[in-house]
Design a protein around this ligand. Structure first.
Ligand code: 8YV
Length: 326
């Protein structure tokens, strides 16, 4: 039996590639290379499957150009790079990589919250620049974390994992808003209280965004929402670029309408709004919330197992549009 041909759209660890080579004819992408859309489509022609990251857009035009494609396996839990309706219409399965990154991403959300509240990046730059000449009472005095109110917008798996850290580890008062309220047992496990979006904005000392990106979620946090937050509050975005209006946030930070922000995701990343680069009270990281070696390996292995599961055995592990399989 001839093996299916697949493409790995961005370089992955050797053990992941080796696993895929046991089942497929594999075309890889060299480390550091990101294909343009035209180059990506060119390489995808004739392939039955592709392992993508959140950076490759899968839409009707691409699908029409690649009629042999059967599955797109995303190495990410988020899949806003997929036009899932177009994929279903073309009979192409989409899969994502949930669960394996939940705790690691929650760890990072908390790390970013603490770095932001306690002004770690700003004070480190100050020290490196040789400005530290004496101790003073208010030197980089930041916001309290323990015992404060943690607000979470988007209470899926990662939101719940952040809530547990806040409630059980830091004695925080956890409030959340979500499209639908969690069941009582889950709320109790997270020690989290459901509130309206307006209450969340008004009461949170630290507001963490963990909701998936959809067109309806575009600029969920803009100037009007920031105006409803406490002037002492911090805002953390580990969800997706576009959920926050980055220009409005940069302006608000400069005007100290809120105290600080921590951002791991950006509108139009890897480009970053130039105004964010010049305000001091923001911690900026390059979309690394899930980036530990074990977790990125697990994510890539799950993405590989989805390709093998579907193309070899007819059974994907984490399908997004399972109607395509049936
Ligand atoms: C990915 C992420 O590493 O899983 C997600 O949705 O945002 C990250 O964990 C990134 O999207 C690259 O695929």
């Amino acid at each position: 039996m001839t093996q299916d041909a697949i493409l790995i759209a961005r370089s992955v660890f050797p053990e992941v590639e080796d696993k895929l080579r046991q089942h497929f004819q594999v075309e890889t992408t060299p480390p550091g290379v990101v294909w343009s859309t035209a180059e990506f489509i060119e390489r995808l022609r004739g392939k039955a499957g592709v392992l993508t990251t959140g950076g490759e857009r899968i839409d009707a035009a691409l699908l029409a150009a690649c009629p042999q494609l059967k599955i797109v396996s995303n190495l990410a839990v988020g899949y806003n790079n997929f036009d899932l309706d177009a994929m279903s219409a073309a009979g192409v399965l989409g899969t994502n990589a949930p669960d394996v990154l939940t705790e690691t991403t929650a760890d990072f959300g908390f790390a970013l919250l603490m770095a932001t509240a306690r002004r770690i990046a700003e004070s480190e730059h100050y020290l490196r620049a040789g400005h530290w000449t004496q101790w003073s009472l208010d030197l980089f005095a930041g916001a309290e974390v323990h015992g404060s109110t943690l607000g979470i917008l988007g209470m899926g798996r990662i939101g719940q994992a952040i809530a547990r850290r806040g409630a059980h580890g830091f004695g925080m008062n956890v409030i959340y808003h979500n499209r639908s309220r969690l069941d009582a047992d889950t709320e109790a496990a997270c020690k989290a209280r459901f509130v309206s979006k307006a209450e969340l904005l008004a009461q949170a000392d630290h507001l963490v965004l963990v909701l998936p990106y959809t067109p309806a979620a575009h600029h969920t946090i803009g100037a009007a929402e920031i105006a409803q937050m406490k002037p002492t509050a911090t805002l953390i975005n580990i969800a997706r670029g576009g959920i926050v209006d980055d220009a409005a946030l940069a302006k608000a930070l400069r005007e100290k309408r809120i105290a600080a922000a921590g951002l791991d995701v950006f509108e139009g990343e890897p480009k970053v709004h130039p105004d964010l680069l010049t305000v001091p009270n923001v911690v900026l990281t390059p979309h690394i919330a899930s980036a530990t070696i074990p977790t990125r390996t697990a994510m890539a292995m799950l993405a590989a197992d989805n390709l093998i599961g579907y193309l070899v055995h007819g059974k994907p592990l984490t399908p997004l549009n399972p109607e395509v399989v049936a």
